[in-house]
Design a protein around this ligand. Sequence first.
Ligand code: MN
Length: 490
Amino acid sequence: MTIEQIIKKFKESHPDEDFSILEKAYKFAEMAHEGQTRKSGEPYIQHPLHTAFLLAEIKADLSTVTAGILHDVPEDTNHSLEEIKEIFGTDVYNLVKGVTKLGKIKYRGIERYRENLKKMFLAMTNDLRVIFIKFCDRLHNLRTLENLPPEKQKRIAQETLEIYAPIAGLLGIGRLKWQMEDLCFKYLYPDQYHELEYKYEVEKRVERNRFFQKIKNILIPKLEEAGIKFEIEARFKHLYSIYNKMQEKDKQFDEIYDIFGLRLIVETVNDCYKTLGIIHALWRPKPNRFKDYIAVPKPNGYRSLHTTVFGPEGTLAEFQIRTKEMHEESIYGLAAHWYYKSKKEAGNYQSPAWVKEIVEIQKEITNTTELVTNIKMDVFRDRIFIFSPKGDVFELPEGATPIDFAYAVHSNIGNKAARVIINDKLGRLDQELKNGDLVEIIIEKNREYPNRDWLKFVKTKRARDRIKQFAKKSTFDNIKRFLPGIKKSS
Ligand code: MN
């Protein structure tokens, strides 16, 4: 990897930017890492350069790519963060500092897991770009894993699968998620990986290519006739997702892998619908499989038309039809969204408030722990993340109290909440929680109703609604209790 390759890649997405800072960062980092080598024996500087290249690939901005080149300097060399601040300015400094602070995240059982996730979430709330750097750093480390001893390989793969990949999914960076998962899969379950790889890449390849050719022969002339400019590609399934499906549904490879995936990338939204019309005119659509995510995007902003048709020889073919912009958004997630937005509002993307601009993000995570599901990333800035003793993460608005947290966990926990322990100390039920607090609610088992006074301080609608609902009911039940002949409701 050379600095020229990075600059070339960066210029593809940011042609007007002054990239001399990248060269400067390269010279500085090369000097700082002088004499250091990776386990593979290659010069250390190759690692930060690869990291920066991956960042340029996801269209990260100038400061982020620069910070990618410098990301290991404070930790691994005798050059300080202060030096970086002086030479490269505060924006780059803050990013490198963020990455350094995040430290070396390691999977060491549930305790550390929680601690690490907490670190990740806190870093995200400050500046998501830090997470992008950390992801690209990790991806390059995964790609060079073969040089490490097997035990270390397994540990790194495990923590990536448990911590990094789910968060990449959450942020909609599908590309990073899949790459990480397949790499981890290979190291964690080598036998299963190689078996699937053989079945998918070798046994099915011929069949797949033949079918793809057949579809193209029929479809391409029709699209050309209609004057639609398009790119068509076969969609490759990711081995880890096939493996997961087999595990989940307890099925064999052939039962899972029965649909051919294709993708059409066209120029305009109008062309998307025209293309859909052409496909449906050629092959009968499978009922209930058509989805219009352009008219009604998914909550994370994903847009595309999906349809499954009975293709040539009755084989099912699943089409995704979308524009280039939609395509990039689906691969690069937030990074692309941010990029396109910044292009529209020229030069505005360095605003520290860009996190606020994130569209509502809620990616369904198929394969993993419940830990990171259901976390909305929309109004990041005004949200805090609270941790339960089990390590579950709850997202609440700023100013939320233990009662809000209790109701977020479960209505019953809310209704019966009696005391609270915050970061191992007894707290008050009405106090404001802080980002990253570890909160444990102690319930009074026999109590049935919440306290009406809680309405004075709760912040979430959920908590307020529940308390009101029970407050009404409790008054009614109390009256009933004193009326002879009427049984107390259970
Ligand atoms: Mn690194």
